[in-house]
Design a protein around this ligand. Structure first.
Ligand code: PAF
Length: 282
């Protein structure tokens, strides 16, 4: 496995490959990332993984400085998973000047849910992903479905800029108790870790109710929020959306969409000081 830190070296190295498969990450890798690497393997003639903690997608009060950086362990795990190239640029390499040109995703998709609670987040994500795409020039790029809205925003960006890249979602991996794997799980205290599964359980309960014909979405969402609040959580949202555009479904169409795999339930909530997100397709 080759470790590359500059754009020039990356371009030179990739020049002989025709079909790079790319997994962008911020490091602190878990099995979900490694599953993406394995999924990428047969899809390209070289698998490139980037590790770059992108300042542009963090708000000033968020965890940019404390985001876990686990370089040695990440490289070992990537090597074992079959990664061919790790691209790990410094901030100076990727942003030699303040990034004046940015990619701003459309507000109808990027200002709700995660974008509402983390203003500017998707602009930061799109800008770095566009830049990483320019460096790697992949033919295929893989992102985890746990970040459901991110996957959709990037898919739209690629479509609207006519980038010759196939965007593929990787299934969310879960711990035995059902907690979605996430780098931020490392922040949880043992007590919070035990409690953390309740977010996915709340989503499961919502999905079940939808399958059983519940059509009153505000009541369903309020119940889920209250359940988590009563357990000491601070939820941002637990909500039912249409899979294809993340808009709220019309009340009259909920039942039909629930039976036609047209819905997704999404949640974001803070336990202690850790904010977790998760989703379940219905
Ligand atoms: O999902 C992530 O880890 C990040 O948002 C990404 C896509 C690597 C961009 O920094």
């Amino acid at each position: 496995m080759k470790i590359i830190k500059t754009i020039v070296e990356l371009r030179e190295h990739l020049a002989t490959f025709r079909h790079p498969a790319f997994v962008p990450t911020m490091g602190n890798l878990h099995d979900g990332h490694l599953a993406l690497v394995r999924q990428a393997k047969p899809l390209g003639d070289v698998v490139v993984v980037s590790i770059f903690v992108n300042r542009l997608q963090f708000l000033p009060h968020e965890d940019f400085d404390t985001y876990p950086r686990t370089w040695e362990a990440d490289c070992q795990a990537l090597d074992a998973a079959g990664c061919d190239v790790v691209f790990a640029p410094s901030e100076k390499e990727l942003y030699p000047q303040p990034q004046g040109f940015t990619v701003q995703p459309p507000t109808d998709l990027a200002n709700m849910l995660e974008g509402h609670f983390r203003p500017g987040f998707f602009g930061g994500v799109c800008t770095v992903v566009m830049k990483l795409f320019a460096c790697v020039q992949p033919r295929v790029a893989l992102f985890g479905q746990k970040d459901y809205q991110q996957l959709m925003v990037i898919g739209r960006m690629v479509e609207q800029f006519a980038l010759p890249i196939q965007v593929i979602g990787g299934q969310t991996l879960r711990a035995q108790d059902g907690l979605a794997l996430s780098s931020r799980n490392n922040y949880l205290t043992p007590g919070e870790r035990q409690e953390a599964v309740q977010l996915s359980m709340a989503l499961k309960t919502m999905a079940q109710a939808l399958r059983q014909g519940e059509a009153n979405l505000s009541a369903l969402e309020a119940r889920a929020m209250q359940t988590l609040e009563a357990r000491g959580w601070n939820p941002d949202y637990l909500t039912v959306r249409q899979r294809h555009n993340l808009q709220v479904p019309a009340a009259t169409e909920v039942a039909l969409m629930a039976s036609n795999a047209g819905l997704v339930v999404l949640g974001a909530a803070r336990i202690g000081s850790t904010r977790l997100i998760d989703n379940l397709e219905v």
